[in-house]
Design a protein around this ligand. Structure first.
Ligand SMILES: C[S@@+](CC[C@H](N)C(=O)[O-])C[C@H]1O[C@@H](n2cnc3c(N)ncnc32)[C@H](O)[C@@H]1O
Length: 276
C-alpha cells in the first residue's frame, strides 16, 4: 500500500533534492556515468527542485562526476560495513552491487530520512545490502546512535562524507572527524568532499550562497589542505582533481572546477586509508 508522504525535505535537507535532481538528469544520458533509476521518483515525490535550478546549472556536472568518483571509491574498498554520512537522497544502497554481507548505514536528519523511507517504499525500492537508517543530527552525538544501530568499530568501515562538511560549523566538522576516526579500525577507508576558502569566495558562488542562506543552509566551513587535515586524524589521503576525473570519463571539466576559470578555488575530492 502506498504511504502518504508527510512532508518534503525542508531547510538544509532540501539540498539533497538538488543533488538527486542532478542524478536524475544524468539517468537520461545514453552513456551515463552511473545508473540511478530511483532518483527521478524521489525528486518527484519531493515536489521537484526547480527552486534550486540555478545551483544545478552551475554545479550539476560536478555532482555527476563526484557521484561516479565516490561510487568507485566505495566499491573499490569492499569493506564489510559502509557508513554514508548525510546520505540525503543517495540510493547507493539500492543501485550498487555490494559484496554479500555488506551492512550499510545511512545517517541524516530525522525529517529527511522519514520522507525518504516513505518515498522509497512507494517506489518499491529493494536494497542490495543490509541497509540501516540512523536518524540523527551530525552536530550532536551521532556516534552513540550509530553503535546502537549495529556499527562495529572493531571491523573496518568505509565512510562517505559527500556534500556535508561545508554545511557544518568548523568545530562540529572537527568533532565529526574525531568520532569518524575513533570508530575506524585500522584499514578503514574514507571518501570526502570539501571546499577551500577561495571556492567559497568565488563570484560565481554568490547566487548559490544567497539561495542556500534563504534555505537556512549556509556554508560554514572550508579546508585549505585536506591531506594535512586528514593526516592529523590518522588518515593517509589522496586528492583527485576534477580535470583528471573528467579525462578518465571522457567528460568536459565542470566549469566550476576548471582551473582556467576558477584559478585556485577547489572542491576537494579526497580518499583516505586509516593508518593507525
Ligand atoms: C547537499 S546534500 C548531500 C546529500 C548526499 N550526500 C548526496 O550527495 O546526495 C546535504 C545533506 O546533508 C544533510 N545534513 C546537513 N546538515 C546535517 C546535520 N547537521 N545532520 C545530519 N544531516 C545533515 C542534509 O539533510 C542533506 O541531506
Amino acid at each position: 500500500m502506498k504511504r502518504v508522504l508527510q512532508c518534503s525535505p525542508v531547510g538544509v535537507a532540501r539540498t539533497a533534492v538538488l543533488i538527486a535532481a542532478a542524478r536524475a538528469n544524468e539517468q537520461r544520458h545514453l552513456h551515463r556515468l552511473f545508473d540511478d533509476p530511483l532518483a527521478a521518483g524521489l525528486v518527484e515525490a519531493a515536489g521537484s527542485a526547480n527552486d534550486l535550478n540555478g545551483v544545478r546549472t552551475l554545479a550539476g556536472d560536478h555532482f555527476v562526476l563526484r557521484t561516479r568518483y565516490f561510487d568507485d571509491q566505495l566499491l573499490g574498498t569492499a569493506q564489510p560495513q559502509v557508513v554514508i554520512m548525510a546520505a540525503g537522497l543517495d540510493t547507493r544502497a539500492f543501485r550498487l552491487k555490494w559484496p554479500p554481507g555488506t551492512r550499510l548505514f545511512e545517517l541524516d536528519l530525522p525529517g529527511l530520512l522519514e520522507f525518504k523511507e516513505d518515498a522509497l517504499h512507494n517506489l518499491g525500492a529493494q536494497p542490495t545490502c543490509d541497509r540501516v537508517v540512523v536518524p540523527c543530527d551530525l552536530r550532536e552525538d551521532w556516534a552513540t546512535a550509530l553503535i546502537h544501530a549495529g556499527h562495529d568499530p572493531k571491523r573496518p568501515t568505509a565512510w562517505l562524507l559527500e556534500g556535508l562538511f561545508m554545511f557544518l560549523p568548523p568545530d562540529a566538522g572537527e568533532q565529526l572527524m574525531y568520532w569518524v576516526s575513533a570508530l575506524s579500525a585500522r584499514g578503514s577507508t574514507l571518501a570526502l568532499e570539501h571546499v577551500n576558502r577561495a571556492f567559497r569566495d568565488l563570484p560565481q558562488m554568490r547566487a548559490v550562497h544567497e539561495r542556500f542562506d534563504a534555505l537556512d543552509a549556509r556554508w560554514r566551513s572550508d579546508v585549505e589542505d585536506p591531506v594535512e587535515w586528514l593526516d592529523g586524524y590518522g588518515w593517509d589521503a589522496t586528492v583527485t582533481h576534477q580535470v583528471d576525473l573528467a579525462a578518465r570519463h571522457e567528460r568536459p571539466v565542470p566549469a566550476i572546477t576548471d582551473p582556467r576559470k576558477v584559478g585556485d578555488a577547489r572542491i576537494w575530492l579526497a580518499s583516505a586509508v586509516r593508518t593507525v
